[in-house]
Every structure is written in C-alpha cells, then in structure tokens.
Design a protein around this ligand. Structure first.
Ligand code: FE
Ligand code: CA
Length: 527
C-alpha cells in the first residue's frame, strides 16, 4: 500500500491489511477516493432473491455505533463478484449509489451469472472494504438438481438471548436460509433482557425502525450467517406491530401512541425500514398512493427438485375476529365464533391467493415448499372436550386455509411441505384436507419452527396439546433453534437443531429430532 493513513485510520488499516493479504492488491481508485475514519460497513453484507442468472447483494453504510444514519450525502459504492475469495478472478463489478433516502442501503441486482454456482462478493467505498460474502444462484429451471439444503428460522428477539444458533447454522452447509418472520421486535421486554441497549423502547418512526433493524443486524453471528448464503425472507407481525392485520393496528396495549390513528404512517415506516435492511429486489419496494408496499410473496424454482414459495400473510389479511377490542388476537371458541368460517375473509388477500393457486397449478413434480410465517395446521389449545383456537394464525381464517388445501388437492401437488414460525415451538405433522376429520386426506407435511431466541410461554402445555391434535406427530416448546431440511429427488430429511442455552453466545447445539418424508408419500416419520 502506498498511502500513509492517519492514526484514526488504524482500524481501517487493519481491515485493509487483511483484505490486501487476501487479495494481494486493491485497485488504485480504492485509495484515491473517500478516506473513512470508521468502518461504514459495520452492518455487514447479505444476499438474497436468487434467480438462475442473478442475485441481489445488500449492504447498508452507517455511522459508527450503528445507531445513526450517515447524513445527507449519497455515497458511491463499488461492488465486486468473484469466483475466488481473494477476488483475483472477478466475474462482475459495478457501482451503486447509496442514498440517504433509503438509509444508505444498497440493493444491487447482479445479472449475467451462471446457474447453480457459488460466488464471493464484497463492497468497497473509498478506502473501506466490506466483509466478504458468499452467495449462489438457482439451478436452471429444467436442471435435474440432486440436493437442496436449507434452514428455516424465525423470531430472533434481540434482548432475549444471543445468536449462538446462527454460529452453529454456519456449519450446516446450507444453500439458503428461509427466514419466516419476527426479524425484529417493535417493543421492549426489558425485564427479561439478557442484553440491553440504550434505545430499547417501542419503535414508531422510520428512524426508530432503522435503529431497531441496525441493532439486530449489529450482531456478529447474524452478520456472519447473512454472509454465508442467500436468505429468502418474509415477515410476521413484529416487523411492524404485534398482531397487526393488513391496515388495521393490532395489540394497542403496550403504549397509547400506537393506536389506529397513526397506524398507517407507522406501517409505512416499518415497511420501508424492512426493505432497507433486507436483500430484496428494488422492484419489491413500491410507494403506492395507498402507502408503502413490499412484495414478499415469491416463487424460487430450484431446478426440477423443488419450488420454494414464500408467502406474506400479514400485509393483505382481514382483521382477526372474536377477539378483545384492545387486543384483537387471542384464543377463541370456534363453536361460538361463526366468522372464523366466513368464506369472505382472507389471510393472503385475493391477489396473493390467486397467485398461490397458479403456483400450485404450475408446481414441479418434486417438492413444493411453502414458507410462511405461522403454524398452518389446526391446533386446538383446549385440553379435553370443546376447542380453543388462536385467531391470529390460519385457525382464525379456517375458510381461507380450506381454499389453500383445496387448491393443493385440485392441482394434485405431489409433495407439499409447509414451513412456518411464529409459535416459538417446534411442531411437525401432516397437512389435512379437513382438520376436524382425522380420516380426511393427508395432502402434505408441515414443519413449524421454534424461535432463534424469543421465549415461549406455554412450553408445559405442549405435550397435552400435541395429544389433542393427532395430525401432529411431534411438538416441543422448551428449546430454541432452527430446522434444517435436505431435499433429494427420493425424499427429504428434516433435522431440528436446538441450542442448550439461548442466553449464551457460546452455547452448544444438539439435534432434538430427525424426520424423513419419502417422495410421493406425504407421510412424515420420526427417525
Ligand atoms: Fe415471534
Ligand atoms: Ca379440545
């Protein structure tokens, strides 16, 4: 290196020294431009939205301490994609402009890549170089892919623990992470906090949502997992507000300010901050007259092996029914809540429902994986006669769920696999044509995952609830972690990975249970 950095650049020099040791060289222009007195890439890098010939690369430049935005100036950012970690065999490169309007986030759509291939990528701004990420493309649509390995994860409440789970997830040899909701939590749980931060409050404004995302993303284990492979992301409620439904506010208990009046402004802010922090395509972010929209429902075709369908059951849903006025979500009695079966109510919205029906109609003969945010199957929470169901999940929209299962039947979808989150418990079972009738057709299998860190409140009840709902074969609420599914043309194996102690960054991990589904059989068996 020819330039002589100021003392304040010592940390940067170290980074560059590492980068140079790896790269052997850096282009002259990297030093000719802006000299940073801090690392603007302290939130790391990410990739997502893969296609056979393209992928999205993400970063966000941020001030030191990662709570403050950078200020008003747009910042040019160079990006590089290479075959090798030393970036000697560059494949593509270009420049993006990180603007203050989108919190200096960068969403680069790299095209001209080869299908079914891994790449390295990084960002450079002046004398600052980001961490190096690894990403991959999808196989060509007709390719006879033999193996797909993905993790499903959800609910990573920052103050409830450490992201030890992600440290172990890095060792799983994954193609993708499917993140199924509750990436952030919008209100604090200070009494249960394992770790604390100065701005742990209820977030409302764009600036506050940005801070909350940056807080979660400041975690090194989470950053490292984002850098390890592409993430396919959807959201649940806490990215905006507990239990919200479409344009209607949800749980108004935590503070008076989050009532219905300011809810749309709040949702707009939350949606924008989510987009700013996720590896999504720029076309997914739409400022419509009615407000900000983020398109998350997407289909990724992994050759002939699998379709990965992501759903959004928050943005377009009708309000919950039969709940309490100050808290619309709750356990309700299906015998006295006729609206649960109202065929006019929707969880996905009409357009997404039709889109899903078309996706099922075009399903591959392989696996049809549906990643969505909540438990899909019916879960009666009342032990013994009578029933209570949670009206905020699919149980609260039973008629809408029946439309989905009818669509599966009608299009003879060969191997449906539902993945979910939200409940902070592991549930494994069968998708039924009619959940009230155990002898009705079994249409697929379901794996609903536990949380990365967020605590579960009803773990002791889980074994009894499992017995009450025979379409499920396994349930546990005591452990945090994630699931790993490996698909092959002949079958899938799901491994539930659980940490010993989610409050420790150095927690060990273990396998809680393993399951197998043979192709064409729609039956899940515990190994
Ligand atoms: Fe959650
Ligand atoms: Ca019951």
């Amino acid at each position: 290196m020819s330039h002589r950095p100021r003392p304040a650049d010592r940390r940067q020099l170290l980074r560059l020294a590492c980068a140079c040791a790896m790269a052997g060289w850096l282009p002259r222009w990297a030093f000719a431009q802006r000299r940073w007195s801090f690392d603007p890439f302290s939130l790391g890098v990410a990739s997502g939205a893969p296609a056979p010939e393209s992928v999205v690369l993400w970063t966000r430049l941020i001030a030191p301490g990662w709570l403050d935005s950078l200020g008003g100036e747009p910042v040019p950012v160079r990006w590089e994609v290479a075959h090798d970690e030393a970036f000697t065999r560059l494949v593509r490169h270009g420049e993006a402009l990180a603007s203050a309007e989108l919190a200096h986030s960068v969403h680069v759509e790299v095209d001209g890549l080869e299908p079914d291939r891994w790449y390295f990528y990084r960002f450079i701004s002046g004398d600052a170089v980001s961490a190096t990420g690894r990403t991959r493309t999808l196989p060509a649509p007709g390719a006879l892919a033999q193996r797909l390995r993905l993790a499903y994860a959800s609910c990573q409440r920052w103050e409830h623990g450490h992201y030890g789970a992600y440290r172990h997830m890095r060792e799983e040899g994954l193609d993708f992470v499917a993140f199924l909701g509750d990436y952030i939590y919008e209100y604090p749980n200070a009494t249960a906090a394992v770790r604390n931060f100065p701005t742990l409050g209820l977030v409302h404004t764009l600036g506050e949502y940005r801070q909350r995302h940056a807080l979660h993303r400041s975690d090194p284990a989470l950053q490292a997992m984002h850098a390890a492979c592409p993430w396919l992301v959807t959201w649940d409620d806490h990215e905006v507000q507990n239990d919200y439904a479409g344009t209607q506010a949800g749980d108004t208990r935590p503070l008076g300010l989050n009532g219905a009046a300011d809810f749309l402004a709040r949702r707009n802010a939350a949606y924008q901050a989510f987009y700013e922090h996720m590896p999504l395509r720029p076309s997914a972010f739409v400022r419509a007259l009615s407000g900000v929209q983020v398109r998350l429902h997407t289909r990724y075709r992994f050759g002939q092996l699998a379709d990965l369908i992501l759903l959004d059951n928050r943005q377009f849903r009708d309000p919950q029914v039969c709940g309490h006025p100050s808290r619309p979500a709750g356990l309700v009695d299906p015998d006295t809540c006729a609206a649960l079966d109202d065929g006019g109510r929707t969880l996905l919205g009409t357009a997404q429902e039709q889109w899903l029906d078309a996706a099922f109609a075009a399903a591959t003969p392989g696996w049809t994986v549906v990643g969505q945010q909540t438990l899909f199957g019916r879960r009666d929470a009342r032990i013994g006669p009578g029933a209570r169901v949670w009206n905020d999940g699919w149980d609260g929209y039973a008629a809408a769920r029946s439309r989905v299962t009818r669509s599966l039947e009608q299009h003879r979808v060969a191997n449906p696999v539902f993945l979910g989150g939200d409940v902070h418990e592991n549930w494994v079972g069968h998708v039924k044509a009619d959940y009230i009738r155990p002898d009705s057709a079994t249409l697929g299998v379901e794996f609903c995952g536990t949380s990365i860190t967020s605590r579960a409140s009803g773990a002791a009840q889980v074994p009894k609830r499992l017995a009450e709902n025979p379409h499920y074969i396994f349930a546990d609420g005591s452990r945090r972690g994630y699931g790993v599914v490996e698909f092959s043309p002949a079958g899938l194996t799901t491994t539930l990975r659980v940490v010993t102690d989610a409050t420790r960054i150095d927690t060990p991990i273990e396998t809680q249970a393993r399951f197998v589904v043979r192709a064409g059989r729609r039956e899940v068996h515990r190994l």
